[in-house]
Design a binder for this molecule. Structure first.
Ligand code: PLP
Length: 436
């Protein structure tokens, strides 16, 4: 069998950096990226014949575990009817209705193929609806690779320590105001200065691309209040959190829930990852009054050759149907077990750290125990160097972590006792490696 090293060497002659998405290149942890050939349940297998307990889960979509039988059956059945019709299909309404049933703020939904398209369209729609030009984003929040939102964008940019991206014009960058996360006073000040020019605030429902950061109490609700006071829109980016941390995403855990918090609803949501069950589907949705500004009803243009693809719709419908309350309870429980074991192992080696949580999502940050990570400055000030040895020790023990400290760890309902025990057994040596 061709090894990962040989595959990587070949890929580098064919594709920039040998990859089709930068973090896959292992740039911040070093070593040879593993080339995967199979994914089943909680496990990935690589070209070298090794298997790993997977804590990346395709960066979120594999909520049920890889190759869940219901999802595979739905995909096989859809494929038998053809791959792409270039016309409307019944399954699009089926998926839209499932989303609407879970997230009550979604009166209309538009399917697209990637999270980036969802946020890009949401931004254009907010500008078209309000007739204003400025967008507020938060440093460390990643919303995909659209030009206007690449400033201080976390994710691969954080990993590569890039401030933004070459190729984004100064004129485009000037239309995005970047504010510190978890700082409502900064938002109030920006609106006081530019209120009549701000079309929207976009925020990750809970940031997970500078590592996980918990929104402070009332932060998202405050954004909802301030935007509506000023006639701007709130875009809640649930590409990563949507249908992963709960049936109605992170909003369902906070704004959409009456439990101890103020009720609030964003004007627009963006979804991706879990909604497509591992196939390329994403969506934006929200108030009908705003969504109906999209073509063909309204003046804001948006389209896609593969939007609402029937095979992807089938995977999404099967995934959301199978994602019952017991799936979320199982993922929550495994997440708590793992984060507790992680903090125990690191503490036993005297490694200063914080485990950052938002629902079932978590990540580790090093040297941050004093006050955790509240924003991008905190995330970047951590002891990043401890992660590479930690990561490689886990990898050697058969556990595949995200190859960057700035990414969340993902569990699935397929992470059973055997999978968890392999992770627990691997942690002490990895904690020792992080300590040195
Ligand atoms: N928004 C958030 C919060 C994300 O985490 C991501 C991707 O990780 C995106 C948008 C972009 O999604 P995609 O990679 O499908 O374009």
């Amino acid at each position: 069998m061709t090894s990962s090293q040989e595959l990587f060497d070949r890929a580098k002659t064919l594709m920039p950096g040998g990859v089709n998405s930068p973090v896959r290149a292992f740039g911040s942890v070093g070593g040879t990226p593993r080339f995967m050939v199979n994914a089943k349940g909680a496990y990935l297998s690589d070209a070298d014949g090794r298997d790993y307990v997977d804590l990346v889960c395709s960066w979120g979509p594999a909520l049920l575990g890889h190759a869940h039988p219901d999802v595979l059956a739905a995909v096989h059945a859809a494929v038998d009817h053809g791959l792409s019709f270039g016309a409307s299909t019944p399954a699009e309404s089926e998926l839209a209705a499932l989303v609407q049933g879970r997230v009550s703020g979604v009166e209309r939904l538009r399917m697209v193929s990637t999270g980036t398209e969802a946020t890009m369209t949401a931004v254009r729609l907010a500008r078209g609806f309000t007739g204003r030009d400025l967008i507020i984003k938060f440093a460390g929040c990643y919303h995909g690779h659209l030009d206007s939102l690449l400033a201080a964008a976390g994710s691969g940019l954080a990993t590569l320590a890039l401030p933004g991206s070459a190729g984004v014009t100064a004129a485009t960058a000037a239309e995005t105001l970047v504010l510190p996360y978890n700082d409502l006073a900064a938002v109030e000040a920006a609106f006081a200065a530019h209120g009549d020019r701000i079309a929207a605030v976009i925020t990750e429902a809970a940031p997970a691309n500078m590592g996980v950061v918990t929104p402070g109490d009332g932060f998202n609700a405050g954004l909802s209040r301030i935007t509506s006071e000023h006639g701007a829109l709130l875009i809640l980016d649930e590409v990563l959190t949507g249908f992963r941390v709960g049936a109605a995403g992170y909003w369902g855990l906070t704004g959409g829930s009456a439990v101890g918090t103020e009720r609030w609803t964003p004007d627009l949501f963006t979804f991706g990852k879990v909604i497509g069950g591992g196939l390329p589907t994403a969506a934006l949705g929200g108030r009908a009054e705003v969504m109906d500004y999209l073509a063909p009803l309204g003046p804001v243009y948006q389209a896609g050759t593969l939007s609402g693809n029937p095979v992807a719709m089938a995977a999404g419908v099967a995934t959301l149907t199978a994602a019952t309350a017991s799936v979320y309870a199982a993922v929550d429980a495994r997440s708590l077990e793992l984060s507790t074991a992680l903090t125990g192992a690191l503490s036993a080696e005297g490694v200063d750290h914080s485990v950052q949580r938002a629902g079932s999502l978590f990540s580790v940050a090093f040297g941050t125990s004093a006050h955790g990570v509240q924003n991008y400055d905190d995330a970047q000030a951590q002891e990043v160097f401890r992660y590479a040895p930690f990561f490689h020790s886990m990898l050697d023990s058969g556990v595949y972590l995200p190859p960057s400290v700035f990414e969340a760890w993902f569990l699935s309902a397929a992470h059973d006792d055997a999978a968890m025990n392999r992770i627990f057994d691997a942690l002490p040596a990895a904690a020792k490696a992080a300590a040195s």
